[in-house]
Design a binder for this molecule. Structure first.
Ligand SMILES: [Zn+2]
Length: 155
């Protein structure tokens, strides 16, 4: 395994960890998990859920306009409990491409690198998304397991 494959392997493991976190989401339509790292250490994690605490997620309240806390926001909430000043470059690992609002909040918190597994639909990443990524020098990368498998098969 060369350095690039090794790095991809590590990133795939991190995406898998975010997948485990996503299993805690009570959302029956889309479970999202997010991990925020600094210097390779996991600092915080989160999953999408209803904003009101203690509310069970079921079909009767799972409505389109129900206020949802996104996984990234949940992780950022927990991150604020820590002194993250020593970490100048944070990394976010998310099972789904962050929406624009979450991306802005992640970058504001010091995230420079974002790895995600599933691409988001356009309605979540429209507007000045690409411009924001470019102008803030954000490394935004989709981690594609199939490409990793192909790299392994080629060996
Ligand atoms: Zn979001």
């Amino acid at each position: 395994m060369n350095l690039k494959e090794s790095k991809l392997h590590t990133t795939l493991s991190r995406i898998e960890n975010a997948g485990f976190i996503s299993e805690d989401s009570p959302d029956t339509r889309c479970k999202v998990g997010c991990i925020i790292e600094g210097d390779g250490r996991i600092l915080a994690s989160g999953f999408n859920h209803a904003i009101s605490d203690g509310v069970e997620w079921d079909a009767t309240i799972n409505k389109p306009n129900m206020p949802i806390k996104h996984a990234e926001m949940h992780a950022l909430d927990k991150l604020s409990d820590f002194d993250v000043l020593p970490y100048k470059k944070l990394t976010a690992i998310v099972t789904k491409q962050p929406c624009y609002e979450c991306l802005v909040d992640l970058v504001s918190a010091g995230v420079k690198t974002v790895y995600y597994r599933d691409k988001s639909s356009n309605c979540w990443v429209n507007g000045p998304y690409d411009e924001f990524v470019r102008s803030n020098g954000v490394e935004l990368t989709q981690i594609d397991r199939t490409k990793f498998d192909e790299a392994n098969l080629a060996k």
